[in-house]
Design a protein around this ligand. Structure first.
Ligand code: ZN
Length: 225
């Protein structure tokens, strides 16, 4: 019997609630929540050569090439004699391409992933969630068309104007969702082929979704323990 935690990848579209679920899973199992954005910021702050290279792409608003993404994640996982790998973790935002998925298996060697959870939410649902977002231009407080400020559309906290960000407009969201589908479909197929993918419907109550995610992880993790 091992006391170490599960090794999980959480896949899901923008707006599927992936970040929230990943945080709760990390807390539930007392494992590290590795959100790609945080890992990149840490590498840039520590000024590792790969971290600095990644930062150049991010600052230019470009996609970071696969070898650099993989290098940054590898450095992070192998830091401190792979303690993180042995203790368990949940990856959120990585792997995003099939090349990254294959390389992740190489990095982990014998310490294979236990389960890949695909948080499945229909495109029209995430589109409505994201396109309904509104934000205060002064203080950054978030609102939604379903829960507007008392005085539409002026901020309850600071009186600033509450608007839709350009990134949240329907056409911009659709472009990102299409890019996600194109990149991630091969990742999903790769994990399905190797028998490690579990599809969890991500609609409905957040607590019910969390329970389903934990059940999916426990079912696979038991096999290793
Ligand atoms: Zn405000």
């Amino acid at each position: 019997m091992s006391s170490q935690g599960p090794r999980v990848v959480l896949l899901g579209k923008q707006g599927a609630g992936k970040g929230t679920q990943a945080s709760r899973v990390a807390e539930h199992y007392a494992i590290a929540h590795l959100a790609t954005g945080d890992v990149f910021r840490a590498a840039a702050r520590d000024e590792t050569p790969l971290g600095l290279q990644a930062k150049e792409y991010i600052d230019r608003g470009e996609l970071v090439p696969d070898p650099i993404v993989i290098g940054v994640v590898r450095e992070h996982l192998e830091d401190n004699d792979r303690q993180l790998v042995e203790a368990g973790f949940i990856l959120d935002g990585f792997p995003r391409t099939q090349v990254q998925a294959v390389e992740l298996d190489v990095v982990l060697e014998g310490d294979a992933l236990d389960v890949i959870v695909n948080l499945d939410v229909p495109t029209e649902v995430v589109l409505a969630r994201i396109a309904g977002r509104r934000v205060c231009v002064q203080c950054g407080t978030n609102y939604h068309v379903d829960s507007p400020p008392t005085e539409p559309w002026w901020c309850d906290k600071c009186g600033g104007h509450v608007v839709q960000r350009d990134d949240d407009r329907e056409d911009a969201v659709m472009r990102r969702l299409e890019l996600y589908e194109i990149q991630t479909l091969p990742v999903i197929q790769y994990y399905r082929r190797t028998g490690r993918l579990v599809n969890v419907p991500g609609q409905g109550d957040s607590n019910d979704v969390f329970a389903a995610v934990v059940a999916a992880i426990d079912a696979r993790w038991e096999l290793r323990r």
